[in-house]
Design a protein around this ligand. Structure first.
Ligand code: C5P
Length: 226
């Protein structure tokens, strides 16, 4: 049995992909299965937290003892997160949110007849993690953890996200690493936290993150570690 050291705390987790409709039969999405986010929600529950899991469409069973909010689009996910964020002591955003959507989904099925090309015009979705970073309480009583999946320049991109999105922790994984990525049961991550010596005005390393490389491990174990 585990010490319930998150007892009395509210933990908010996002998981899974989003689906952005193009027309009544098609959508834009990605390969996220929700495994990492669901493992995080279950780990927090096992540590005694009150957990809200905002989940995009996945085929995983609903975890017991967790408040689950099902969403489809990035904007749905944004609405669910903004409803719950104020009361969250710890927020972990593991969802693979679609960066773009069709501004207006076609009300009828898009037909191929007579077309050899099709141009989709996309508009940016809200960045939920960035919003949370901007809206967290200034007294340090809310902890915000983001994820980053990259295919190159892992640490540089992750360090920039950590700073720009005002995260307290960023979990970075490289899609190209064996044992990392979407449908696997394991992950290989690098955990970045802000360097904690930023109070010293003579210290010019304020953009430097502390970096911890974690070897391949099951997502369930990694969830507990995070
Ligand atoms: O910038 P990027 O999308 O790679 O950042 C990844 C992190 O930001 C993840 O934690 C993801 O859940 C979060 N995110 C978000 N809303 C978006 C895009 C990403 O919360 N629209």
């Amino acid at each position: 049995s585990t010490t319930p050291f998150l007892k009395g705390l509210n933990v908010l987790v996002t998981a899974g992909p989003t689906q952005e409709p193009l027309d009544p039969v098609r959508y834009l999405t990605n390969h996220s299965t929700g495994k990492m986010g669901y493992a995080l929600a279950e780990a927090a529950r096992d540590l005694g937290a009150t957990v809200t899991l905002v989940s995009g469409p996945v085929s995983l069973p609903e975890p017991e003892g967790v408040n689950i909010v099902h969403v489809t689009t990035a904007r749905d996910m944004f609405a669910a997160v903004s409803d719950n964020f104020k009361h969250a002591d710890i927020t972990v955003m593991a969802a693979a949110v679609g960066d773009f959507r069709a501004e207006t989904a076609s009300p009828q099925k898009i037909k191929k007849h007579g077309h050899t090309t099709l141009t989709l015009e996309l508009v940016a979705n809200p960045d939920i993690l960035a919003w949370a970073g901007e809206h967290k309480r200034t007294d340090g009583s809310q902890t915000l953890c983001g994820f980053a999946m990259e295919t190159e320049h892992l640490v540089e991109n992750a360090a920039r996200k950590l700073a720009e999105k005002h995260c307290d922790m960023l979990v970075a994984n490289n899609l190209r690493d064996p044992g990392a990525g979407f449908a696997t049961d394991t992950n290989v991550v690098t955990i970045l936290t802000p360097a904690d010596d930023t109070d010293d005005p003579a210290d010019e390393s304020h953009n430097i993150a502390d970096i911890e490389r974690i070897g391949q491990m099951p997502k369930t174990d990694l969830a507990k570690l995070i």
